[in-house]
Design a protein around this ligand. Structure first.
Ligand SMILES: [Zn+2]
Length: 259
């Protein structure tokens, strides 16, 4: 999701000597999750090279997906970052992940059946209590609009895409059949279909979560939280890129739809 970032973003994001940053729990978690994610994504392709029949590819590929699901919901930040419960009078459990060296100011929903809200500790460095409530309300908006389940559907679609590509590998390198290009084409069509249109869709999803937050805590507190997040330039990369709309667009949408 991270597409581009300014160098200022990076200079502000990391705090401390290089070694301290590299050894921080959140950095280790980041490396771990990238490694696991990549190996799980590549697993269907390795499996396809050893498969005895196309049905084996179809059965083996979802294993990687199931592994990914377990990882992403059981260890939202990985193994090392300290996560503490936070007492907030909202209908969902709220936790704070204590980051030491990476100043990412973000919040997200984790879990499927019992969704939880996780706030990253740098948020507390510059947001007041009302603004924090606004951030929590934004995440509650995601839960109530069932956005965490929509992500699941997207993951399912992406595994179908991976499965089609793995089948094309199987036909190309194992079976030596002309089906290869058919599955390659199908896999690519799926990837293209769910590329650019989806980023537009997710921007709408964000705007709706913003609206929910502004209705809950009042537009002034929420807009102030948004402004501070953008000013500090500590937003996660995806907030500033194609998945999240620009600040003025977000404020405009709130004002237009609240009245
Ligand atoms: Zn959001």
């Amino acid at each position: 999701m991270a597409v581009s970032a300014s160098s200022i973003y990076y200079r502000r994001l990391y705090e401390g000597e290089l070694l301290e940053i590299l050894l921080s729990p959140e950095f280790l978690d980041e490396v771990l999750s990238i490694l696991l994610f990549q190996s799980i994504m590549l697993f269907p392709f390795f499996a396809s090279m050893k498969a005895g029949s196309p049905f084996e590819v179809i059965f083996l590929a979802p294993l990687g997906f199931i592994g990914y699901l377990i990882l992403s919901f059981k260890f939202p930040l990985g193994l090392f970052t300290r996560i503490e419960p936070l007492d907030y009078p909202v209908p969902y459990k709220v936790y704070v992940a204590k980051l030491e060296r990476i100043k990412e100011a973000n919040a997200f929903v984790s879990g499927i059946i019992k969704p939880r809200i996780i706030l990253l500790s740098p948020l507390f460095e510059f947001l007041n209590d009302d603004e924090i409530k606004g951030v929590i309300a934004h995440e509650i908006g995601h839960i109530e609009h069932k956005d965490h389940l929509k992500i699941l559907v997207m993951l399912l679609i992406s595994i179908i895409g991976i499965e089609l590509l793995a089948l094309s590998f199987y036909y190309e390198f194992v079976a030596g059949d002309e089906f290869s290009s058919l599955f390659l084409t199908l896999g690519l069509i799926l990837t293209l279909l769910f590329g650019p249109p989806l980023s537009y869709y997710w921007r709408r999803v964000e705007l709706k979560a913003d609206l929910h937050a502004a209705r809950t805590v009042g537009k002034d507190a929420y807009i102030s939280a948004l402004r501070k997040l953008y000013e500090h330039d500590l937003l996660p990369l995806d907030w500033g890129s194609e998945d999240h709309p620009k600040l003025e667009k977000r404020i405009e949408y709130i004002i237009k739809n609240l009245e």
